[in-house]
Design a protein around this ligand. Sequence first.
Ligand code: IPE
Ligand code: IPE
Ligand code: MG
Length: 248
Amino acid sequence: MSDSTELPAPEKLPAHVAIIMDGNGRWALQRGLPRLAGHRAGTENLRRIIRACVEFGIPYLTIYAFSTENWGRPREEVNGLMRILEDVIDRELRELNEQGVRIRHLGKLDQLPSRIQEKVLSAVEQTRQNSRLNLNVAFNYGGRDEIIHGIQQMLKDQVDPEQVTPELVSRYLYTSGIPDPDLIIRTSGELRISNFLIWQAAYSEWYVTPTFWPDFGKEEFRKALVTYADRDRRYGKVSSKEYEGSHA
Ligand code: IPE
Ligand code: IPE
Ligand code: MG
């Protein structure tokens, strides 16, 4: 049935959606606007997607907002992205709190300007009690940096090599305590991981759309969830039904 508001049954929804919010620059270029206008439009869209997660009952949303490689962009753009993060915290924190959103930060905080560090820490602290939607903001995040950081911590803790298991490694990552993403969405059509959640994505389902992030609204998000609900997540196994079918 193609009721355009239809959602998959709750048990078919992903518990954790992670999004590579890509294509802001191209969205702006298409309109003859500066790249930063694209980033601003991207934050407007983020607000729509957060609301949709709250409405659809998705408990975890992780957003890739600034990678460890994004420092290599022109200084003006980097500064603009820092300013946007600050503005978003200032403008949106109250409403996020009202919606029951708990904010966490993923990445290296201490390399960010000190004013931003304070704002991020304060947002995390102020929303600590919320539990409706866990919003993980990957800002100055890199998957390799995260793994190196985890290894360094393990060595400092003198972890016994025999005790290193996938569960232990997961506990040493920035995402400690957060389930692995079920669904990773990348907007703007790029077919690469770009250093995002490289450990956690081991068995995530992917959804890539050519739509640029500022245009990836609630309806497209719903379509991604419908597609996800139809996926057969095999985790390397063969179901007993398939096995019996092939031996009939
Ligand atoms: C994604 O949009 C946002 C960040 C990486 C901060 P881009 O800025 O990468 O947009 P494109 O890929 O150049 O279009
Ligand atoms: C990934 O997008 C990072 C974020 C969305 C924050 P990029 O635009 O930086 O990735 P590449 O350079 O196309 O791989
Ligand atoms: Mg990009």
